[in-house]
Design a protein around this ligand. Structure first.
Ligand SMILES: Nc1nc2c(ncn2[C@@H]2O[C@H](COP(=O)(O)OP(=O)(O)OP(=O)(O)O)[C@@H](O)[C@H]2O)c(=O)[nH]1
Ligand SMILES: [Mg+2]
Length: 449
């Protein structure tokens, strides 16, 4: 068997070369998109690699008299195969066997007999079907398909180039940052690395570092050590977080709604806070739940309601919320549980918002787990901020050692952390958010920065 490799712009460009090098009996074994040239693997030109082969032992040649007719048939079939291969060429990789099989089929199959049994007209060929060049509209279809392929290819290339440029920009920024970092005294480098490890967003790290350096300059600290850098960082972050200490549930609040993604700890936090309000503040508490999506959800809250001796109302629609409030009118404080949803989808946010009506003063707590990804938390917080939700309960602090998301959300959306939950135990594992404690956690034990 003789095998040859061709690198061309499009698969059909290889066909005349294959025919002249290997003859009309050659088969295409496979095609794939490759990149040629470029810099560091980027900006390479997109090409098609075509592998073709001819079996040297193939001796089954038709007798001379039959040859002209056979050659004509083969030419038409090869043309039909061009259509198949053109369609295949638009894919990233083509299975070696399927390409060979389609090509071989197109070459070997006799022309199909007209269908005599079916009275229905044949449906138009699908867009990616093989094109028979002997049909009148064939050339038009071939051109349309080629144009569409070029369009798709151009769009894909422009997307790739954009992605590569973005990557390159990020890489350049990272490299220049690393260069700058190396020129800093070690305690400043440590602070930068600590904030980075805490997953504080780059923009806030940069601002914090500039503010710390500015402070050190003001204080005429020429050789900063761990202590002076930490004090400057505490001062900077303290200024940023001024007014963000969690005040707990306000004494005049009548209803607290809990919203947030699935499984973040909404129901558990309700139980913890209900216990705090009943046992410590001595308030008469009631529960409403609209979480009727999961069978066990109502039972979960009912269990806490029974333990805490708190009445529970279940609502199935916004219309029923009014009825539930009437039932609980003797309660001083009502906690409303909602179903966890994918709140990166704004539709769900507006849906849950329609449930958050209440009689009297109300607060809404967005519950977010610190084990989540900041990008997702940010999308959810942004959606809820549009509906005026400004307070949050951060949960599962015990399951992570990176707390930067809280700072990011304060700086980005002004989201006020009301409580911090740090375990599964009801009612103990929740505390009001304290900025001084938070800054200590963010900076780590003295000596880390
Ligand atoms: N480690 C840890 N686990 C927690 C914390 N808060 C809640 N959990 C656990 O997280 C799981 C989910 O808690 P739920 O209160 O049911 O969460 P949810 O947001 O109401 O869930 P859905 O109603 O399904 O959306 C449970 O196993 C809780 O015990 C926390 O602060 N730390
Ligand atoms: Mg729940």
């Amino acid at each position: 068997m003789k095998v040859k490799r061709y690198v061309v712009n499009a698969v059909p460009d290889a066909l005349p070369m294959i025919r002249s090098d290997l003859g009309a009996d050659a088969v295409i074994l496979g095609t794939k998109v490759i990149r040629v040239g470029g810099f560091l693997g980027m900006f390479g030109k997109k090409k098609m690699e075509v592998i073709a082969a001819i079996d040297n032992n193939s001796t089954a040649k038709p007798p001379p008299a039959a040859r002209p007719q056979m050659a004509q048939h083969k030419q038409a079939s090869v043309n039909a195969a061009i259509g198949t291969i053109t369609a295949l060429g638009s894919q990233q990789t083509t299975s070696r066997n399927s390409a060979a099989a389609q090509y071989a089929n197109a070459v070997q199959k006799p022309a199909a007999k007209p269908a005599s049994l079916s009275p229905r007209p044949a449906p138009p060929p699908p867009d990616d079907s093989p094109i028979d060049l002997q049909k009148p509209q064939a050339e038009e279809r071939l051109n349309e398909r080629a144009f569409k392929e070029k369009q798709d290819e151009a769009a894909a290339i422009s997307n790739e180039v954009m992605d590569e440029l973005k990557d390159m920009k990020q890489w350049i920024v990272k490299m220049s940052k690393q260069q700058e970092l190396k020129s800093w005294p070690e305690p400043l480098q440590n602070l930068y690395n600590r904030l980075n490890d805490q997953e504080v967003e780059g923009v806030w790290i940069d601002k914090c570092m500039s503010a710390v350096q500015e402070l050190l300059k003001e204080q005429q600290v020429t050789e900063p050590n761990a202590g002076t850098v930490r004090a400057a960082a505490v001062q900077t972050l303290g200024k940023w977080l001024q007014g963000y200490d969690g005040a707990g549930i306000h004494p005049s609040t009548r209803v607290v709604h809990f919203v947030g993604p699935t499984g973040v700890g909404k129901t558990t936090s309700i139980a913890k806070l209900a216990a705090e309000q009943t046992l410590k503040a001595g308030r008469k508490v009631g529960f409403i739940t609209s979480d009727t999506y999961r069978i066990a959800a109502v039972d979960q809250l009912r269990t806490y309601a029974t333990i805490l001796n708190v009445p529970l109302e279940v609502v199935f629609s916004p219309a029923e919320v009014v009825r539930a409030f009437t039932q609980l009118q003797d309660r001083e404080l009502i906690f409303m549980d909602t179903a966890g949803r994918n709140f990166r989808n704004e539709l769900y946010v507006s849906e849950v918002n329609s449930l958050l009506q209440s009689s009297g003063q109300s607060e809404t707590f967005l519950v977010l787990s610190l084990t989540g990804k900041y990008k997702d938390m940010s999308a959810v917080a942004e959606n809820f901020a549009k509906y005026g939700v400004q307070s949050a309960v951060f949960t599962k602090q015990d399951e992570t050692s990176a707390y930067g998301a809280i700072l990011n959300l304060i700086m980005e959306y002004g989201l006020k952390p009301a409580y911090l939950a740090h375990g599964q135990t009801v009612p103990d594992d929740i505390t009001p958010f304290r900025t001084d404690r938070y800054i200590e956690q963010l900076l780590g034990a003295s000596g880390n920065e």
